[in-house]
Design a protein around this ligand. Structure first.
Ligand code: SF4
Length: 408
């Protein structure tokens, strides 16, 4: 195990491991990089893609890998980042600007953003089973769009460099995780790796490379915490990112990188780790987000299709009596809760001069309220369906109905 090795052997061995990891990275970039004039990095501010980005810039500047004709950074800003990571990303963007590196801020359109989509349009929070809409909507689609715009101005294609990192076992298995729940992976990176090259209109114009594929999480931490911030490696503002993932305990904690309060993660390891640091303890109210998303999926907060649902072609929907969108009351309740969480964090932040939390900004709040006021429902729902906790006759897939045995 990486951590055990670090304990047993002193700094010399650690340095050797890092040097070997970096050497393999250099070899992969030297092998594939020169085939492409234009490079881009899909960066989401998490540990893996931040390590990839900062290492890449260092290697280019140090002349250890060939410099591409153009180099663009695509920062996937979901508006759901953990505050220390969002703050670090801001500093890295400034660092990139001083190097005249092109940074594209990639964000979903207002109505597609996580909070607006749930609280304004009424789509239930995503889950691991039937409804994982978030990664595509807030990460992949906006990235596709940004790449389309970039490619419009480029001859040929682009080499997109991602932070996919699988560690040794996964490399043996030859699998790239699409989900972000395993091996402390970073949400979205596997999708960038696999989905973007096949996107409509982009096929054949995007190649992908994951030069940190073989890195263990402790190497990522070592780079972010000790190497990248050193002047000789670029003086990067990456220490806060390393700390968010548990520092020397990073491998044991194995925190995945993704949105604060991610409804798909079993535990909020990164947030829990951050809260152990007194400087970030004012973010404790953020722990209220995950239970809120879970609560919103309960039947009392949602509508349900009451009977046989006919599709446009006249066939019967496969999942009769499915649960659907959030009621207006639920959306308003949740909006109030999120704004309270944000307000509680920011009261302390202002008092102590700490970074503010920005879960819902004024524009997003206004849009959520406007969508509710306009009585907006997701496609296929018109709002006169009963709430999902209303007792109903059972409807089966073949359209037969079994009346309730007990009618109040
Ligand atoms: S981190 Fe969670 S909420 Fe955010 S896009 Fe990924 S799966 Fe969805």
């Amino acid at each position: 195990m990486c951590a055990a090795q670090l304990d047993i052997f002193a700094g010399g061995s650690r340095r050797l491991q890092m040097t070997e990891s970096i050497e393999l990275t250099i070899q992969s970039l030297q092998a594939y990089g020169p085939d492409h004039d234009h490079w881009g990095v899909a960066w989401s501010g998490g540990k893996d893609s931040s390590a990839t980005l900062t290492l890449l810039v260092y290697l280019i500047e140090a002349g250890k890998i060939p410099r591409p004709k153009t180099f663009s950074v695509f920062y996937a800003d979901t508006r759901q980042e953990l505050p220390p990571l969002a703050a670090a990303a801001g500093q890295i963007i400034d660092d990139l600007a001083t190097r005249s590196i092109d940074v594209h801020i990639v964000r979903a359109p207002l109505d597609k953003r996580f909070m607006v989509y749930i609280l304004g349009r009424g789509v239930p929070p995503p889950n691991n089973n039937t409804l994982r809409w978030c990664t595509r909507q807030i990460k992949i689609d906006p990235m596709e769009e940004a790449l389309r715009r970039r490619l419009d101005r480029l001859p040929g294609g682009i080499l997109m460099i991602t932070g996919v990192r699988q560690g040794e076992s996964a490399i043996r298995d030859r699998r790239i995780e699409m989900s972000c729940g395993k091996d402390g992976a970073e949400c979205g990176q596997g999708w960038y790796q696999q989905v973007l090259p096949n996107a409509r209109g982009l096929r054949g114009r995007i190649a992908t490379l994951a030069p940190l594929l073989h890195w263990r999480v402790c190497h990522v931490w070592e780079w972010l915490k000790h190497w990248a911030p050193a002047a000789e490696f670029g003086d990067w503002s990456t220490t806060a990112i390393a700390d968010a993932y548990g520092g020397a305990e990073a491998e044991e904690i194995n925190a995945r990188t993704g949105c604060v309060g991610c409804p798909l993660a079993e535990k909020e390891k990164a947030l829990e780790t951050i809260l152990l640091n007194p400087r970030w303890s004012y973010l404790a109210p953020l722990k209220g987000l995950k239970p809120l998303w879970r609560e919103l999926r309960e039947p009392r907060h949602r509508l349900r299709k009451p009977g046989v649902e006919r599709l446009k072609d006249g066939s019967i929907a496969k999942n009769p009596q499915r649960m659907g969108p959030l009621t207006f009351e639920a959306r308003l309740m949740a909006l109030d809760r999120v704004l309270t969480i944000q307000g509680d964090c920011n009261e302390v932040a202002r008092r102590e001069g700490r970074p503010l939390v920005d879960l819902i900004n004024a524009e997003e709040e206004a849009r959520i309220c406007a969508l509710i006021a306009a009585e907006t429902w997701p496609q296929g729902w018109d709002g006169d369906e009963p709430t999902a906790d209303t007792p109903l006759d059972a409807v089966f897939r073949d359209g037969t109905v079994q009346p309730r045995l007990i009618v109040e």
